[in-house]
Write a protein that binds this ligand. Structure first.
Ligand code: KIV
Length: 260
């Protein structure tokens, strides 16, 4: 039987100073391919609002959309841990709202954990969920669902007040019972300080090499995005390869060379 990755597996990896690998996935095929390549955690991030659904931000993403994609990812995994982002507006009202949303996600998709954005203001909610048996991944630093408040997708924690506040966020969500912590777009030394301070595994994106794990967005890693963020180099150029293949087939259709 395939041994499933669990929150305990990730905690053990941190203790052993071994890096685990996280990658976003939105459908069954991407889940299967990522697993074949050795990915430990499949994150169904609400960035699918940008990469799959064509929105400018993650704010319009709905719970039904997240459930639809997460269930597809779960159908494609055999051992990876699957985490589903709770979309904007489905958990911030109260711990009870977050619990009801998480129950729907867990029951309707079969995934393993939920992720939510926010530090100190979300600590009470994280505690409420954790005390009721839900594995919660917290997400701090640049939290894209708050883009309208921040005014941009720029890195956070560059001035001393924000640096200290993000460190406090990390402490608060850990103390509240989060099982892992995504740290997005903060200075390398801050992510490193958080990783040394908290007992739970940290997962960096645009936060340097000092985190316990790294996560990237599927479309960025594979060269499918129109433009990558500076911290996310594409490891291949699928956008070009796909258009080349489609146009070769299209030319063959037009010339009569397809079908043979
Ligand atoms: O939505 C997402 O893909 C994420 C990652 C960027 C961490 O939250």
């Amino acid at each position: 039987m395939t041994k499933r990755v669990t929150a305990a597996t990730l905690a053990k990896a941190k203790a052993a100073n071994e890096k685990s690998v996280w990658l976003t996935a939105c459908d069954t095929t991407s889940a299967q391919l990522a697993e074949l390549a050795g990915v430990d955690v499949l994150l169904v991030g609400d960035s699918l609002g940008n990469t799959i659904l064509g929105y400018e931000t993650t704010i319009p993403v709905t719970l039904d959309q997240m459930i639809h994609h997460t269930a597809a990812v779960v159908r494609g995994r055999s051992k990876a841990w699957v985490v589903c982002d709770l979309p904007f507006g489905t958990y911030q009202t109260s711990p009870e709202q977050a619990f009801e949303t998480s129950v729907r996600v867990l029951q309707e998709t079969g995934c393993d954990a939920v992720k939510l954005e926010g530090g100190i203001p979300m600590a009470e909610t994280i505690r409420f969920l954790a005390e009721r048996g839900i594995a919660v991944v917290a997400h701090i630093g640049l939290t894209p669902q708050s883009v309208k408040k921040f005014g941009s997708f720029k890195a956070r924690g560059k001035n001393p007040a924000e640096y200290d506040a993000i460190l406090e966020d990390a402490r608060a969500v850990t103390e509240a019972g989060a099982v892992a912590l995504v740290i997005e777009a903060v200075p390398d030394e801050l992510a490193e300080a958080i990783t040394e301070t908290v007992a739970i595994p940290t997962v960096g994106i645009g936060a340097g090499a000092g985190c316990d794990s790294q996560v990237l967005v599927w479309h960025d890693l594979l060269g499918l995005s129109e433009k990558n963020p500076p911290f996310a180099p594409a490891y291949t150029n699928l956008r070009e390869q796909i258009t080349t293949a489609i146009s070769a087939w299209s030319n063959d259709v037009k010339s009569g060379a397809f079908p043979k």
